[in-house]
Structures are given as structure tokens and as C-alpha cells.
Ligand binder design. Structure first.
Ligand code: NBP
Length: 478
């Protein structure tokens, strides 16, 4: 037994993670259901480090030093359960199974509990950064027991991305906390991408800019507070010309967005938790709407807004307004994601350090951005922040964005350019900052038709009004 870690499941992700461990000096046992993949890995990349190729499950387990660290990188869902069931009987007390796939956090909670009862540490670890990240440094979000992190942490930290010398890996919390946080990361990613898409659409349809000109605008923004991987690649995509037609690449791509499901999971889970992640939800629905061919055909050609051309100076001013609107909306989308993590932490008893989450998202993952350093700094000042807007710096930026943000949403509405995420973010902001909400009327309606009762602003207790009675008496309910 010589290997410090074993990786089973050697498709793109597993293969690259195994190579990353090996390149960092660890001896890695490698295994795959179809042995050809194991053989290919060792043949192609054996020179990169120390690999122990195992054909059978027994050989694989025997190759691992104790306590064993066995990482599963197979398809999420039934395949993961099958692989756990294959290996768990071969393991002993204190051994660790790490699932680095995109598991739903509730599956991770179930698996953790059942393996804990069998003396095995089960660690659901969110791994972000795709194929490239897995090889060169992902952001790693492990859940599971603190004891397992004491053993695995140094290894995860050594293969993870580094920002300013700090690793993008930390113990997020117990059981499913790591996969939960990875799911919210992806939800935020959906929102970030949709907001960038809306900014592009506005610059094009209202600002009158061409895709290469918008690429330049994004490059400029990427030098400021919006500095991020997603803005950087957006500029690349917009600057790209299609070789076959000579048209801007973005104009030859079908405008129907796909999804693999993590955004949907975020929204479904948010509904269960009562977390109002409206910008993330709009971004997820925007992808769904884009793929509704029949519905789009039925709506196409219906009347919309008014068109008018902007002068050169107006377009420049509008560009700066869009930057404000994008930044403010992004701030809100992140705030929604952060609050959702807090809500889940309360629900599932996780002790999650939100400043640490910002820290490990600064590198390796898709939403990596300078902005995350700001979030981290805000939590360093006040670890108990309920909202990012309670931070003085973010509060100032939201204040400065007020006029341009509202102007952009209103121009978009008048011009008939869809801005579901910009407007959801703005409405969320206006909802939460309001002194009074029409929720009072909702309560009245609910009490009227369903005797659902209401609370009063001036007295304690629960009340019901006898709506059908002439006197409309109010009754206090016990
Ligand atoms: P895939 O998700 O395509 O899974 C392929 C691997 O699963 C192969 O090794 C395959 O073995 C194995 N497998 C399957 Br399918 N069913 C199995 C079973 N019943 N028993 C044993 N092995 C089985 O691989 P991937 O794209 O490398 O992703 C791995 C995990 O990482 C997934 O959970 C994915 O969601 C997650 N993830 C992916 C990315 C990404 O960018 N691709 C990013 C982050 C996380 P075989 O070779 O014998 O068919």
C-alpha cells in the first residue's frame, strides 16, 4: 500500500485530477470501470508522477495507504451510488470516500449519514473549474467531517488554484455543505452570465455597438471593478469572427441556451428554503425561455417598445450607465446567493464561514473575480454580515448606481429589450429596502378567503376578521 490517494472514474475530470495529484508529488492509485481508460492514463501521462494502476476494485483498495482516501469521479446519481456500494464493503473504520462529482447536496447528506453509520467518512467535495481547473488547479469545496478534512485538507490545498499564495480549498462545513455551496456557485454563475448577456444586448440594441466594439467595452470593464473570468471570456467570444461566414461568431450561434441542471437545483432548493434568489431564478428561466421554440414563434412579431437612435455621446453615456447597472445587479445576485447559503446553514446546522467561501472562489472556478476579494474583505471586517449591502463600500457603490441602474431598466423597458435579471435584481433591492410592502394586503386577502389570520402592527397576537359579518368583528386567535 503506497498510494496516498486513489481516483476511480477516469473520464476527463478524474483523469485530470489524478494527474494534478501526481504532479504535486502524491502517489495516486488509478482505477476505472473500463480498464482501458486506466491503461491509457498511465501510458500517456505516467511520466508526470507516481501512478499505481489497478484493474480490480480489490487491487485498487489494496494500493491505498491507511486511512484510505478514495476519490470517486464518476457520473453523478446512480453511478455514484453503485461505485460507493462497490467499494464501501472493502473499506475499514476511518477510511474516507470523497465524491468529487456534481452530486445534489441531499444525496450527499444521505450518503454521508449511511457511510458514517458504517464507520466511513464520506466527503462530498464540490470541484469547480471544469476540465482545465481539474488539471491545473480547481476551486475545491469539501464538506464532511472535520477529521476527514484534517487528513485531506493539505492534499486538496496543494492541488487547488492559488490566489496571492492562498489555496482555493477549505472545509466548507459538515455533510452536504460542500456540494450545497458548489450548487450555489453554479446558480450565481447562471446569474452572472445572464447579466452579462443583458448588458451585451443593451449595448448592441440600444447603444448601437457592433460585437467587436462591445468586446472592447468589456475589455475596458475588465480592467475595473468588473474584472472577472466571465467578462474576460465574454470579450473573447464577442471579438471572434466565424471563419465560414465572416460574420460575428455570436450571430451564427443558435440563441437557445442549454443547462445541465445545477441552476435549476439552486432555484428548486431556494424555493424549499424560502430564499428569494430572484436574479438566479430569472437567469435560469431565461435559459428555459430561450429554448421554447414554439412559444417564441407564437410571440415573434407582437408589438414591442419604441425605437430611437442614440447619438455618439448618448451611447457613451449609456455604456457607462450599463456598467453601473451590471455591477449593481451582480452585487444583488451575489447577495442573494450568499443569503441562500446562510439560510441553508441555519436549516442544516452548518457552520459556514462566508468570507472563506469568497476566498476559495477567487481562483479556479468560473465566477472567479476581483469582486470576491471585496466580499472577503467585507466579511473580514464583519463576519456576521447579513447582507453585502451592510458593508460601507458596497453600500456606497449601490448608492452611486441608483440613477444609472434605474435609467437602464427603464430604457430597456421602453425599448422592449428584455432585462429579466437586471430588473429582478432592482426589484429585489426595492422590495427589501421598502418600509412597507403590499404583503399586508396579501395577508388581508388570505384572511378573507381562507381565514389564514394576520398579525397586527400595533398589538401582539394572531387575528382574524369576520369578513362576512355586518360588523366585521376582529377576533384574536389563540
Ligand atoms: P462523466 O460524468 O462523463 O462520467 C464518466 C465516468 O463515470 C467514467 O469513468 C465512467 O466509467 C464512469 N461510470 C459511469 Br458513467 N457509470 C458507472 C458505473 N455504474 N460504475 C462505475 N463507473 C461508472 O465524467 P466527467 O465529465 O469526468 O465528470 C465526472 C464527475 O465530475 C461528474 O459527476 C460531473 O458532473 C463532475 N464534474 C464535471 C465537470 C466537467 O466540467 N466535466 C466539472 C465539475 C464536476 P467508464 O469509463 O467505464 O464508462
Amino acid at each position: 500500500a503506497t498510494a496516498q490517494i486513489g481516483v476511480t472514474g477516469l473520464a476527463v475530470m478524474g483523469r485530470n485530477l489524478a494527474r494534478n495529484f501526481a504532479r504535486n508529488g502524491y502517489t495516486v492509485a488509478v482505477h476505472n470501470r473500463t480498464p482501458a481508460r486506466t491503461k491509457a492514463l498511465v501510458e500517456e501521462f505516467g511520466h508526470e508522477g507516481a501512478f499505481v494502476a489497478a484493474e480490480s476494485a480489490e487491487d485498487f483498495v489494496a494500493a491505498l495507504e491507511r486511512p484510505r482516501r478514495l476519490m470517486i469521479m464518476v457520473q453523478a446519481g446512480a453511478a455514484t451510488d453503485a461505485v460507493i456500494e462497490e467499494f464501501a464493503p472493502l473499506l475499514e473504520d476511518g477510511d474516507m470516500i470523497i465524491d468529487g462529482g456534481n452530486a445534489h447536496f441531499s444525496d450527499t447528506r444521505r450518503r454521508e449519514q449511511s457511510l458514517r453509520e458504517r464507520g466511513i467518512h464520506f466527503v462530498g467535495a464540490g470541484v469547480s473549474g471544469g476540465e482545465e481547473g481539474a488539471l491545473n488547479g480547481p476551486s475545491i469545496m469539501p464538506g464532511g467531517s472535520p477529521e476527514s478534512y484534517a487528513s485531506l485538507g493539505p492534499m486538496f490545498e496543494s492541488i487547488s488554484a492559488k490566489v496571492d499564495g492562498e489555496p482555493c480549498a477549505t472545509h466548507v462545513g459538515t455533510d452536504g455543505a460542500g456540494h450545497f455551496v458548489k450548487m450555489v456557485h453554479n446558480g450565481i454563475e447562471y446569474a452572472d452570465m445572464q447579466l452579462i448577456g443583458e448588458a451585451y444586448d443593451l449595448l448592441r440594441r440600444v447603444g448601437g455597438y457592433t460585437p467587436p466594439q462591445i468586446a472592447e467595452i468589456f475589455r475596458r470593464w475588465n480592467k475595473g471593478r468588473l474584472d472577472s473570468y466571465l467578462i474576460e471570456i465574454t470579450a473573447e467570444v464577442l471579438a471572434h469572427t466565424d471563419a465560414a461566414t465572416g460574420e460575428p461568431f455570436v450571430d451564427v450561434v443558435m440563441d437557445a441556451a442549454g443547462q445541465k441542471g445545477t441552476g435549476r437545483w439552486t432555484v428548486q432548493t431556494a424555493l424549499d428554503l424560502g430564499s428569494p434568489v430572484t436574479a438566479i431564478a430569472q437567469a435560469t428561466f431565461a435559459r428555459a425561455a430561450s429554448s421554447q421554440d414554439g412559444l417564441r414563434a407564437a410571440y415573434r412579431g407582437l408589438p414591442g417598445g419604441t425605437h430611437w437612435d442614440l447619438s455618439g455621446t448618448e451611447a457613451e453615456r449609456f455604456t457607462s450607465q450599463v456598467e453601473h447597472a451590471l455591477y449593481a445587479s451582480k452585487l444583488i445576485a451575489y447577495d442573494q446567493g450568499w443569503k441562500m447559503i446562510l439560510d441553508a446553514a441555519a436549516e442544516y446546522g452548518w457552520d459556514i464561514d462566508l468570507g472563506e467561501v469568497a476566498k476559495i472562489w477567487r481562483g479556479g472556478c468560473i465566477i472567479r473575480a476581483a469582486f470576491l476579494d471585496r466580499i472577503r474583505a467585507a466579511y473580514a471586517v464583519d463576519p456576521g454580515l447579513v447582507s453585502l449591502l451592510s458593508d460601507a463600500g458596497f453600500a456606497t457603490e449601490i448608492k452611486d448606481a441608483q440613477v444609472p441602474w434605474r435609467e437602464v431598466v427603464s430604457i430597456a423597458t421602453r425599448r422592449g429589450v428584455p432585462v429579466p435579471a437586471f430588473s429582478a435584481a432592482l426589484s429585489y433591492y426595492d422590495t427589501l429596502r421598502a418600509d412597507r410592502l403590499p404583503a399586508a394586503l396579501t395577508q388581508g386577502q388570505r384572511d378573507f378567503f381562507g381565514a389564514h389570520t394576520y398579525r397586527r402592527t400595533d398589538r401582539q397576537g394572531s387575528f382574524h376578521t369576520l369578513w362576512g359579518e355586518a360588523s366585521r368583528d376582529e377576533t384574536e386567535m389563540l
